[in-house]
Design a protein around this ligand. Sequence first.
Ligand code: GDG
Length: 559
Amino acid sequence: MLPIRGVAGRVDNSGPPTDQDAGAAPAHSDAGAVPAHSEAGAVPAPNGAAPPQPGQHNFVVAASRLPVDRTEGPDGEPEWRASPGGLVTALEPIMRAAGGAWIGWPGSPGDPPAPFDTNGMHLVSVGLSAAEVRDYYEGFCNATLWPLYHDVIVPPEFHREWWDAYVRVNRRYAEAVAAEAAEGATVWVHDYQLQLVPGMVRELRSDVRIGHFTHIPFPGYEIFAQLPWRKQIVRGLLGADLLGFQRQGDATNFLRASRRAAGLTTHGSYVWVPDTPVADDVGRRQRRTAQRNTGGRSVRAAAFPISIDTRGFGEIALRPEVQARAQEIREALGKPETVLLGVDRLDYTKGILHRLKAYGEVLNEGHLEPPGAVLVQVASPSRERVDHYKRLRDEVEGTVGRINGDFAEVGSPPVHYLHQSYPREEMAALYLAADVMLVTPLRDGMNLVAKEYVACRYDDTGALVLSEFTGAADELTGAFIVNPHDIDGLKEAIVRAATASPAEARRRMRSMRRRVLENDVAHWADTYLRALDQVPVHPSATPPPEDHVHEVPSANQAS
Ligand code: GDG
């Protein structure tokens, strides 16, 4: 059993976003790919593979990316250096105590590095060919699932060859997990890139305990239903024992998808997964009887809101050199009365254009006036080879140019736009320098930036404008909560945040700091892993109680 305990240590949630890279030689041939859309609702298993022998690791994490950076050694050969992100540092003590392994892609196509050990963790690379980076990563993950799960802000693309690559790459991860996990190990799979892995691991290794956590929203069924492979995704996730989501609404959406896309029965926060799948074409009563006559498992879907290393950020913010840097930033901006700040990956989900539109109108109407007010917008490069991201960059940069053209004086533009990534200390200095933090996503699983800002405001000053469509809005109720689509409401909130009395700002910030200090990333990991630990090792064969919900599955379940 996994040792569950308080997790200490420094956690860095703010590693520069690393999902934009790609571009070298293929490591894997695409030949021999499994025809993945051959059978409705089932992801085909590989033929004739011998069951894997248990590995040596009691705790195995599978995430899209490995916590490593590629660097160049003295002889020009690639070297891999550990780069601790939030997740890895939160899990590190557990990894060390349990003999943990981390499975992920190192971030560039081509031959993966050999497994290596760092900080008590065993890192195992999954290689992706250049074609798989295109079809699986940039394609199915970031041009199908990402927009679909973020309320179709841009239209998702559905391509069967992208789905094939998704199945193939998920299987590669699952096989790596099965090879590393010791008998009875705990496996924790992360996010939308690996939704088939729980089911595939269960097929290979029914002895392990499997958790999955979705970092992004899970969409309402009317949107999810667009996905031609909705049933396979639901079934893949249901290979887990515990499904974690950011918000209760996400868990509820998943429970509904289980009923509608897969015809399963739910009871409270549990989905009943019968051992023998019931055929799609039977009537409602027959389906109910058939499901009750077979053994099965109950899978729990619940909310576990992720957080940051609150104390780690607070410590950085207290460092004299970081405070001096914050002062320097304000001076470089021309010592304005009000510094507003946005920090986002350059992603259409983050509402950067809505924010700029509102800010431009606030200036135009004279509610705030440059050079007394200055907006700093950090837009970290992200997914730069995906079309919608290229277009977004052009639009954001055009809008910034227009606002500066309209309102700048020589030497004092009202928007400072930074298309760059910064070290964590510089991020903390920016958070310290900002009077008003603008977090206005159209949809966001959680949004860690909002929590990082709060963590750095050790003197209870500063104001947060926060979109109601972020997971963070459930917790940070001291923020000025906005609907970013309502430009007038957004303008009003920006002005109210910029002009709030010190007493009001303090009251709001204190309540937010309390929340972020109580629920930090270590608490999140602990809570999740405790809940996973409580799942019975031998699944119950008892059917669900009578108060379950059953819906007639959607007419067209097949892909
Ligand atoms: C996904 C979900 C969920 C950004 N620029 C720099 C930098 N960052 C750091 C921030 C923050 C992180 O990146 C971004 O986290 P977010 O939560 O804001 O957003 P996503 O990247 O979309 O993350 C999200 C999250 O997963 C966790 O579950 O909250 O909803 O979409 O930590 O500080 N860090 C550094 N330099 C930069 O330039 N060092």
